[in-house]
Design a protein around this ligand. Structure first.
Ligand code: AR6
Length: 165
């Protein structure tokens, strides 16, 4: 599996699946979740209601189709809310390993990730990047490309530096 890093907007990525940093309710929100719902269109929320009537647990992963996105699927994960006291790193690791397991189930070969929990949920950014890079590199998968999408130049530099260590 090749780990790549790009700077950009995850909603514009031409990949089989994009990962959404959602919350337990699974009914949309701000940050990358808001951007994905806005770009996918209202059908995404409708599918979330149908497929996740009770939401999803922290550290969990599930999928919907991509609706108006270039990606065929959205793989939703719920990162731990560091600010609210959810600080167990294994929950963040399971977002990445779980997303790869769902991608394997779907037959998705290229998948783009945001930095889960590193925004509104307040996970310290450097550790969020290390968790992403280490977990993606150590999880066995049929995915051929895992692309981390950095939102902004400084995030891009940090991810590059850590991935190149
Ligand atoms: N493309 C790529 N990355 C993005 C984009 C984008 N369009 N927009 C933001 N980011 P966040 P969380 C980056 O806050 O911390 C929502 O309300 C952002 O810079 O989206 O897991 C959910 O509904 C940061 O590095 O997710 C939940 O309630 C990363 O994506 C809650 O926020 C994650 O930031 C989840 O918080």
């Amino acid at each position: 599996m090749e780990l790549t890093v790009v700077e950009g907007d995850i909603t514009r990525q031409d990949v089989d699946a994009v990962v959404n940093a959602a919350n337990r309710r699974m009914r949309g929100g701000g940050g990358v979740d808001g951007a994905i719902h806005a770009a996918a269109g209202p059908g995404l929320l409708e599918e979330c209601r149908e497929r996740f009537p009770d939401g999803l647990q922290t550290g969990g992963a599930g999928w919907t189709t991509g609706h108006a996105l270039p990606a065929r699927w959205v793989i939703h994960v719920v990162g731990p809310n560091y600010t609210a006291g959810e600080r167990d790193r294994s929950l963040l690791e399971s977002c990445y390993s779980g997303a790869l397991a769902v991608a394997d189930e779907l037959g998705a070969r290229t998948i783009a990730f945001p930095l889960v929990s590193a925004g509104i949920y307040g996970w310290p950014r450097e550790d969020a990047v290390r968790t992403a890079v280490d977990t993606l590199r150590s999880t066995p998968t049929d995915v051929s490309e895992a692309r981390i999408v950095a939102f902004g130049r400084s995030a891009y530099q940090l991810i590059r530096d850590i991935a190149d260590e």
